[in-house]
Design a protein around this ligand. Structure first.
Ligand SMILES: *[C@@H]1O[C@H](CO)[C@@H](O)[C@H](O)[C@H]1NC(C)=O
Ligand SMILES: CC(=O)N[C@H]1CO[C@H](CO)[C@@H](O)[C@@H]1O
Length: 184
């Protein structure tokens, strides 16, 4: 072999060695038509609320059922917090004087829910203490109901919708926790 041929052969070998391996036929598993979020939400009483609450969270796509329960409990906290914000805002603005007392009572009901009850329930959920999480979430639902009831006989409540949203979110979170309780 001449030096040139040897050189060309070596070059060829070097080229082959650096080529990428032949393409393998590999497909990512298709995202199921029924993904975990949909399967989970179908077991809750408010499917649409469940779907929108979970999907709006950036990490819900990779979450397991416990992760979804945590995301939903966080959504309850966010909703309760914005409800409290709305109530405090109303208290600071001119409003129907008949609403003064029940609005102030509602703020008193929501403050501990937002500051303690729900953060503790979320913490418990993260540690797998499901009973305690259920207790805290249920309490948040009851306080929202108590807030609403405080307006009875006052010609309606200015916070009916948000109170209902808190209660429905609680129901969704509790239904997801129930799935967890059944799987243990
Ligand atoms: C509640 O909302 C306020 C703004 O209205 C925010 O500063 C605060 O961090 C929120 N708290 C929680 C627990 O989400
Ligand atoms: C009429 C009514 O239900 N009033 C209640 C409103 O909320 C406060 C504070 O929780 C209660 O003490 C009242 O009885």
């Amino acid at each position: 072999m001449t030096a040139l041929v040897r050189f060309l052969l070596l070059l060829l070998l070097a080229l082959v060695a650096t080529l990428p391996p032949p393409a393998q036929t590999f497909e990512f598993p298709a995202r199921g038509i029924d993904d975990l979020i949909e399967q989970t939400c179908r077991l809750t009483p408010f499917y649409d609320l469940c779907i929108s609450s979970l999907r709006s969270h950036p990490r819900s796509g990779a979450a397991d059922v416990r992760g979804l329960a945590l995301i939903m409990a966080g959504s309850v906290l966010a909703t309760a917090n914005s409800t409290l914000g709305r109530i405090q805002e109303m208290l600071g603005q001119p409003h129907d004087p008949e609403w003064e007392r029940p609005l102030a009572d509602c703020a008193e009901l929501y403050i501990p829910v937002v500051k303690y009850t729900l953060p503790q329930a979320i913490d418990a959920l993260g540690k797998g203490q499901l009973g305690f999480a259920v207790y805290g979430l249920s309490d948040a639902g009851k306080e929202a109901e108590a807030c609403e009831k405080n307006f009875s006989g006052q010609g309606g409540s200015p916070v009916t919708e948000v109170n209902q949203l808190v209660r429905n979110s609680v129901e969704v979170a509790l239904a997801i926790i129930k799935i967890l309780q059944k799987s243990f």
